[in-house]
Structure formats: structure tokens, C-alpha cells
Design a protein around this ligand. Sequence first.
Ligand code: GDG
Length: 481
Amino acid sequence: MNHEGRLILVSNRLPVSVVRSSNGVEIQQSSGGLVSALLPLLKSSGGCWIGWPGADYDAEIESELQRESSAEFHLQPVFLSQSEKQYFYDGCCNEILWPLFHDLQSRCNFDPLYWSSYLEVNETFADAVERSARRNDFIWVHDYHLMLLADCLRSRGVRSRMAYFHHIPFPPPDVFEKLPWRAEILRGLLRFSTLGFQTERDRRNFFACLRRCLSGVQIKKIGARFLVSVEGRHTEAATFPISIDYERLACDSVSPEILAEADQIRRDFSDRKLVLGVDRLDYTKGIPERLIAFRTLLEQRPELRGQVALVQVTVPSREQIPKYQECKIAVERLVSEINGAFGGPGWAPVTYIHRSVPYNRLLALYRAAHVALVTPLKDGMNLVAKEFCAARSDEQGVLVLSEFAGAAVELRRGALLVNPYDFEGVASALHEALRMPEFQQRIRMQAMRRMVQGSDVYRWCKNCCGQALFRDQFQVAAQSA
Ligand code: GDG
């Protein structure tokens, strides 16, 4: 990618999981489009990936990670203490920044101790980056856990190019300004050379927050990019919607095993129409609201009772945080109410799977579903929506998608867009989806597949990095514009 420098990737989590067994510690590479897109880049640039391995400090883990690292690139762990996990990760990241950035400020706990820990952990990550990075390296930081990293590094005199990609939404100023440390976050972000957002909505919100909370900010548009200038410093900002490894998913999902498994799933449900939800168990994903909409459908359309089944996969997430525990209880209560009210002997309208299903099973579910019901209250992008399309080479299936998911921008021509808070609206879109003729499904699915295929995760990666690499030329152009 870059002739001189290496790529230094920094994210809260390393792209691995640590599995302990009787044989000791084993390091497993995480799957997913982001890791598949980034690893080849990392290998070609000979860089390193810095992050928390998701386990407490252990010399054995450290040496296993070293063994996993190759001549091409290495994995550098940053270990968090118990109190850092509690105050930085659970606290600041997941009880302040996560809800606030998803417009749910009433769920925030603005504890100043959480913020102190955020500052400390960003410094700890900066220690690790400083140890690894050289002047010509390109440092690419991911997500809201590390918004102050460039600031920490610049204060130590690190002058490398630094890009930041924001995976979650950026809230509008009326929401963002509730944050007691709003100016620190904005100033911190402006120490990066390049800022990437998922959608224009997020980029615009970021600019509106800058104008509301900082003085002396100037923003110039140059082509599809923007140059933000403050106090004589410049940062480039642009929109790069993240995506998936389309070809891999499309290819894997037509293997004979997956197709046979999808047929088996349909038979298991006695050829009832399947509606599928796949999410981390997170209150932003709108799972209780989705269940209420499904209940509304069964109440309003008695003829559908016994004809349609909702399969909801929820992957356990952030289970030690009270708001997540409340969400889990709300989901379980609704599932049992719906099954109690509309189920019959040997038959339940909602199948609730509270665990991660294997990749092959997930693909078979995508293939078996008549409808994917993707209704987050707000989402940076939502990759499940794109994966569903990639898996449907049969050009059948309907996507019912929240208008508040970043994916709605690219998929709006094929999906049925809904407001997840409008239960009757979601129920009626679901009804339309279940009755949609095959030719209409085909037209819509073709449009969505074309869109996802044309902008996959590799292209995303190239756009994000390419832009950062050409930053110097861009700034010269900007200053003379
Ligand atoms: C953040 C932002 C943004 C889910 N269940 C299973 C499973 N998954 C996989 C899906 C998909 C991924 O997890 C979930 O991605 P999302 O995009 O939906 O959501 P977040 O985790 O919230 O991610 C989001 C994303 O970052 C990228 O920028 O889109 O807005 O919140 O890939 O397939 N995979 C398997 N079994 C499961 O049960 N194997």
C-alpha cells in the first residue's frame, strides 16, 4: 500500500479470541469481513495490529500472540486491568459513548471516573503505538474507544499520518452537547489527519457539533471531501460506508452443504414463512420493539397465526452492564408472552436463539428466510442487512430495514424502509414483505446485490487508506483552492 511506511492498525479488540483448554491457551483468529479485508493489507505493509486480546494479562497469552505473529505482521496486545475494564470499557465506552452516540442520552451514566479512565486507557494505547510506530508509518485507528489516541500521540511528538474510522453513528449537536467532555472529544478527533464516517448523516452531524461546540472552525469542501481547519491545523473528513466480503459470502452461501441446511431449516418449520432477526443483544438493535411489531402483526392478521415464524438470533453482548441485562429480560418476557398467546402444541411463533450460531448456520438461515427484519433504533451501518443480500443469489427474500441504519442509504431502493418505533408501520411492512410476489422480490434483491457487490469491504479499505495516503497532495490542493 505505501512504499515507505507500514500499516499500524489500532482497535479496542485484537482480531483474535483467546480460548483456554486443557492444552493451554489457544489463539483463534476472528472471522468477519473487516478482519479479512485488513489482514492482507497488514501483511503487505508488514505492520502490526494493536488491541486488547479480551483476556486478563497472562504471560502465556503474550507468548502465544507472539507465536501467532508472523514475519509479515505482528499482534501487539494491550492488557486492561480489572478497573480499566470496569471504568473505561463498561463505563465510558458502553455506558456513556455508546448510548449517547446512538441518540439514547437517557441511558447514559456520566460518571467522571469513567472519563478519567478513558483518558488513561487512551494514553496506555498511545504507549503501545509509540513503541511500534516509525515516522513513515500510517496509523489507522478504529472506533469510539480511542477517539483521543491521536491527541495523546501528537502531544508526544508523533508526526505520522493518523486516520480514524468511526463505526457507530455520530449524533446531532442537541444530543452530543450533553457530553460533559464534548470539546475534548472534538479537539481530540481533529488531531487525526483523516476522519472517516459511515454516512453523510454522521459527517454532517460531526460538522454541526464542531460548529456548535468549538470556535474558529473552518470547513472547506473539495470534491467529495472536506478540509476542517482550526488553530492552523487541518483534518480531512469524508464518508466511507463500510461493507462486507461480498464475493466470499455469495460463494459460500451456495455450497451444497449450506443449500441442504437451508432446505432442512424450511422443513423444520413445516414450510411456514420465516422471518429472521440476527443481532448482538444490544438495546440499540431494537429487538423488543421488533417483537412488539411482530406481535402486532399476529394480533391484526389472525390469518397469519401458524403461517409465519420469527427466528431471532441474539448474540450475548456486554452482559455485565445493567441496561443490557434489562434488555435481555425484556426480550425474554416478550418472547414468552408471544409464544404463550399465539403458540400451539408443538409450535411457537418465535424461536429465540440466545447464542452465536456458526457461520455456516448463519448463511443457511439467510438462505431459508423469506424476510430479514433488521430494525435497529440507530446503527452505524448494519452488516447483517448487507450479508443477507449477498447470500441471496436466488434473488428472493425481502429486507425490511430501519431507516435509522446506515445501510438504509445504500439499500433504500430494494428494502422496505421502516421506522422501528412505529410498531404498526413495521407490522404492515412485514405483511407486505410476506405477500410480495416473486418478481418484485427479484427486482428489489437485484438492486441491493448490485449495490453491495459494487462497494465491498476491499473497496472500503482502499478508499479509506487511499485517501489518507494522498492527504498531503489533498491539503496542498485545499490551501490553494
Ligand atoms: C458495529 C456497528 C457497523 C451476528 N450474529 C452472529 C454473527 N454475527 C455477525 C454478523 C455481522 C456482525 O456480527 C454484526 O455486525 P453489525 O454491523 O450488525 O453490528 P455491530 O456488531 O454493532 O458493529 C455497526 C459495524 O460496527 C461495522 O462498522 O455496521 O453499525 O454498531 O457480520 O454476521 N456471526 C456469526 N454467528 C452469529 O450468531 N457467525
